[in-house]
Design a protein around this ligand. Structure first.
Ligand SMILES: C[S@@+](CC[C@H](N)C(=O)[O-])C[C@H]1O[C@@H](n2cnc3c(N)ncnc32)[C@H](O)[C@@H]1O
Length: 253
């Protein structure tokens, strides 16, 4: 009964107990968060989105790693509050924008982000392909998606396998197939040697180049370090672009 209650708080951390579970996430998931942020290969003008940021540790680390601007969406208003406090200076400076919302209905305009990532959150999405298509919509052409999970077979090494009606567990190959179904290409699986005792996997894909070609953030396609070498200026800084209404799948490119 208590285990079920706590598992429910990882899915939707609300109220006082949600804040306590948020603290557990901040320490317990730290290695997976560190590792995932390192895989993003962040550049100074990168515009990032995290879906399901929980206590906001990855947002903080991505800022420290030099990301230009970071947005986040989480379905728990309690976590939005906690993560905003953790990143208060960057929020006040307009460099971090954290909102309450659902992975499948992102409140941002199409082709806004260079990289979209999500850590220990896909387990809770009612329709993962729909959410991943939403990620695809808000990414620039050539943008990167990264989804970190504890693969299904490794949960058994964990003390508790969470209730199936609260968590949908996936294997890394299953998530890779979902990314492909959503239209991502060059999908690969990174195995988390450095992601701690609970060895995670990060499934990474790319939004096909050409879709939305010519947009202002196209230079983000270039490998690390080559933008400056090729004399490509960083895209001009612009405020967070919001979708006027809930996004539609028709906008996917
Ligand atoms: C297990 S926590 C992981 C938090 C953080 N990424 C970490 O690794 O510490 C899952 C987070 O995803 C959020 N979440 C659950 N379902 C979501 C959805 N459909 N859309 C957006 N966020 C969601 C929860 O509110 C919670 O903050």
């Amino acid at each position: 009964m208590l285990k079920r209650y706590i598992a429910g708080k990882f899915r939707h951390p609300d109220g006082f107990s949600g804040r306590l579970v948020g603290r557990l996430m901040a320490t317990g998931n730290r290695k997976a968060v560190d590792w995932t942020v390192s895989l993003l290969d962040i550049e100074a003008d990168d515009h990032l989105l995290e879906v399901g940021f929980g206590p906001g540790v990855a947002i903080e680390l991505a800022r420290r790693a030099g990301a230009g601007r970071i947005a986040g969406v989480d379905s728990s208003s309690t976590m939005v509050d906690v993560a905003r406090r953790r990143n208060a200076h960057a929020v006040e400076a307009g460099l971090v924008d954290l909102r309450c919302g659902d992975a499948a209905f992102l409140p941002y305009a199409s082709r806004t982000f260079d990289k979209v990532f999500s850590i220990h959150c896909i387990y809770f999405w009612a329709n993962p392909v729909r959410a991943l298509r939403e990620f695809q919509r808000v990414l620039v052409s050539g943008g990167i998606v990264a989804v970190t999970i504890l693969p299904k077979d490794r949960w058994r090494e964990h003390k508790t396998v969470p209730p199936a009606d609260l968590f949908t567990l996936y294997g890394a190959a299953e998530v890779a197939a979902l990314l492909e179904q959503a239209g991502f290409h060059d999908v690969r699986v990174e195995d988390g040697e450095g992601s701690g005792k609970l060895r995670c996997a990060c499934i990474i894909g790319t939004k096909r180049s050409g879709a939305g070609a010519g947009n202002a953030r196209e230079s983000a396609l270039m490998p690390r370090g080559t933008r400056a070498a090729a004399g490509v200026a960083a895209p001009a800084s612009r405020p967070f672009a919001s979708a006027a209404a809930s996004s539609t799948l028709e906008e996917n490119t």
